[in-house]
Write a new protein. Structure first.
Length: 355
């Protein structure tokens, strides 16, 4: 199954899912800097115009290895109406089996050479998963048209130098062509294993420059004791309609008084454990990641540019509904490690009925 990129979309059950974004290049090989620096006294130069999305799934195959994958995405324009990128450009997805992480919230890719076998994946450490299309290249030509290739052979060498990952891939594609790719840069793996605290924060976060909010009303989805809203509060460079952007964002799931269709009722909402919650009004559901539905639920902090995300599992949010289309959010939340996410903002809050 092809691994998806981090383009969040609100679903009918208030989960944030992943949408595969295709991208390509019309050439045989994509020119990227070689990670040869750092061994001869020179300073490494990070690869330019490439973003990465990296995820850790834990011992996915029961082989005492850590499964993780990385999407390398060249700089392109994203067409929200088409739900895809506009070429030229590419996505290269590499699916690794590495050593198990001591803490799933802060996984790393072990140094070494990773090999693959297109006939059968062993899922042993220092192998690449390719037999079922988990590693692949997507290319988009300028003006439209795309090509997709499975990785069918080759090696990927990983080294750490000067705080950067240096990744050197010598691959074979499903059309029997050779494909070489090199990357130098930092990588931060987001936890998809359901282990740990589901947060990679290393300190407190003060929310600032929050300028907008969208509140989706779901009615009595879980119990007749309360209705619930899912709210996204975000900065100016965030598109609430596609639920993605460069600004930081906060997701809240609030249990409210039944029949609160016109907006979020004013009050204090205390975070409760979603797995044991009774869904009473004036509570906020803790953040969980549910792979069954492929996404997020509850209360989360996201920073796309910072490659940060945090399941928020304690604290409270005070909401003041001004009755004029704006709300005041006084936020005092924390993740499972005790890192605080806090701030206060007055923002226009669009209300939509998704019940």
């Amino acid at each position: 199954m092809r691994n998806a990129t981090r383009l969040f979309h609100l679903l009918g059950i208030a989960l944030l899912s992943f949408t595969l974004a295709a991208c390509s290049d019309s050439g045989d090989n994509d020119p990227t800097p070689s990670p040869d620096g750092g061994g001869d006294g020179t300073t490494l130069v990070p690869t330019q115009d490439v973003t990465t999305e990296a995820y850790y799934k834990g011992d996915l195959y029961g082989t005492s290895t850590g499964n993780l994958w990385i999407n390398f995405i060249s700089k392109m324009e994203y067409d929200a109406s088409e739900g895809d990128y506009i070429g030229p450009g590419y996505i290269l997805c590499l699916d690794f089996n590495t050593t198990l992480a001591e803490n799933a919230d802060f996984a790393t890719l072990a140094e070494g050479t990773y090999t693959c076998n297109y006939a059968s994946d062993s899922h042993e450490a220092f192998t690449l998963n390719v037999a079922y299309g988990d590693s692949y290249l997507l290319r988009y030509a300028e003006g439209g048209g795309s090509e997709s290739f499975d990785i069918t052979g080759g090696t990927v060498t990983v080294a750490l130098r000067e705080g950067y990952y240096c990744i050197d891939a010598r691959l074979t594609l499903s059309d029997n062509s050779d494909y070489d790719y090199s990357f130098v840069g930092e990588l931060s793996f987001l936890n998809r294993s359901e282990e740990g605290q589901m947060s990679n924060l290393t300190g407190d976060v003060t929310l600032s420059d929050m300028t907008q909010a969208l509140a989706g009303y779901y009615g009595a989805a879980f119990t007749d004791t309360s209705d619930y809203y899912t709210i996204i509060i975000a900065g100016p460079d965030y598109d609430l309609d596609v639920n993605y952007g460069a600004s930081d964002a906060l997701m809240l799931t609030l249990n409210v008084t039944p029949g609160s269709t016109e907006g979020i009722p004013s009050g204090s909402y205390t975070v409760v454990d979603t797995s044991t919650a009774d869904f009473y009004p004036n509570t906020a559901l803790s953040g969980i990641y549910d792979p069954t539905y492929g996404g997020y639920f509850g209360t989360w902090f996201f920073s796309t540019t910072g490659k940060l995300e945090a399941s928020l599992r304690g604290g409270e949010v005070k909401v003041t509904n001004n009755g004029d289309g704006t709300c005041v959010f006084d936020i005092s939340l924390q993740d499972g490690y005790g890192h605080r996410v806090s701030g206060s903002c007055t923002v226009p809050c669009r209300v939509e009925d998704w019940s």
